[in-house]
Write a protein that binds this ligand. Structure first.
Ligand SMILES: NC(=O)N[C@@H](CC(=O)O)C(=O)O
Ligand SMILES: [Zn+2]
Ligand SMILES: [Zn+2]
Length: 347
């Protein structure tokens, strides 16, 4: 039997589109979105309003014609960021948010923040203007176990920042722990994105039976009890939790390596997989909130005006195992089970 679910066109509140050949190869896979928050961790990073405007133009040029995707740009916060530039870029509609990477926490984060006191004037300006701060929430202290870095970040960095900057709107990006979920639920002016892959894999998927580089991302997937907390949060209907795929393409050569880099490429199949997760949780009626309503509300935007349909069919949905980008291949995230949800664009 076919089941059809019609929902507002989804948005993605955490997306890596990269640049040059990779941008050209991956952008069409996100063309069905309404809006996407575009991450600024290019090499070199997108630091100024002018750089964000130029990057937005490169993204628009890489998209097929007549697509709906509206890229919402972000600035990469550095210790040298000028509050006036952030405010001007926001006032001109160039940026929707600012991204905080603790220096060294993840891919291309070397220019991130080491001393959080040095960005206080920017954060205060953002709080005053209502500009959200998107946070990669992991400490980089080598003494902290990698599986504890999100929980420790909340106590050592995030809570002090939020106390010192009342009114600052914060998105805890790609939350991966029950601690993160509980923290988001405990406060005001805070939301969280949850990725599709963290809804379906736990740390065993990365390590049991051999090292699976295509399941390695940051924050690293945690134990099963945390995955269950993420599924509960995503499917609960709580508007503080919304989709951020963190689709993060890397060449297979860079992932299948003695020191493989972090990131899962989920743009081609994240929505189909999300429908599966919500179906399994008996929460299909809450899928639209998670993919299409809660994030827009957090960012003060209306839902997209148009709709798509998700149709459950007996035959599994298909997507390529890998795509090519320039001379490289990029492996598409494999959920490890058949997914029967297919997308139909109603636009
Ligand atoms: N999530 C990842 O594992 N990687 C992201 C960076 C990030 O979002 O932390 C990337 O840019 O590759
Ligand atoms: Zn991150
Ligand atoms: Zn990311």
């Amino acid at each position: 039997m076919n089941t059809k679910l019609r929902i507002r066109r989804p948005d993605d509140w955490h997306l890596h589109l990269r640049d040059r050949e990779m941008l050209a190869a991956v952008a069409p896979w996100s063309a069905g979105l309404g809006r996407a928050i575009i991450m600024p961790n290019l090499v070199p990073p997108v630091v100024t309003g002018a750089e964000a405007a130029a990057y937005r133009d490169r993204i628009l040029a890489a998209l097929p014609e007549n697509v709906t995707l509206r890229p919402l740009m972000t600035l990469y916060l550095t210790e040298a960021t000028d509050p006036a530039d952030v405010l001007a870029a926001h006032a001109q509609g160039i940026i929707a948010a600012v991204k905080l990477y603790p220096a060294g926490a993840t891919t291309n984060s070397a220019s991130g923040v080491r001393d959080f006191d040095r960005v206080r004037p920017v954060l205060e300006a953002m709080a005053g203007a209502g500009i959200p701060l998107c946070v990669h929430g992991e400490v980089t202290d080598p003494a902290v176990d990698i599986f504890d870095r999100e929980a420790v970040f909340i106590d050592r960095v995030l809570e002090p920042i939020r106390r010192a900057t009342p009114g600052l709107r914060v998105v805890m990006e790609h939350v991966t722990t029950a601690d993160g979920v509980a923290y988001v639920r405990s406060g005001d002016n805070i939301g969280a994105t949850i990725t599709t892959h963290h809804l379906v894999i736990n740390r065993n998927h990365i390590l049991v039976g051999g090292i699976r580089p295509h399941y390695y991302c940051l924050p690293v997937a945690k134990r099963e009890s945390h995955r269950l907390a993420l599924v509960e949060a995503a499917t609960s209907g709580d508007p503080r939790f919304f989709t951020g795929t963190d689709s993060a393409p890397h060449p297979d050569r860079a992932k299948e390596s003695a020191c493989g880099c972090a990131g899962c490429f989920t743009a081609p199949n994240w929505l189909q997989i999300c429908a599966h997760v919500f179906e399994q949780a008996g929460a299909l009626d809450r899928l639209e909130g998670f993919t299409s309503l809660h994030g827009a509300a957090f960012y003060g935007l209306d839902p997209n005006p148009d709709h798509i349909s998700l149709v459950r069919r007996d035959e599994p949905a298909r997507w390529p195992e890998r795509i090519t980008a320039g001379g490289e291949t990029v492996t598409v995230f494999d959920p490890g089970f058949p997914v029967h949800w297919h997308i139909e664009d109603d636009a």
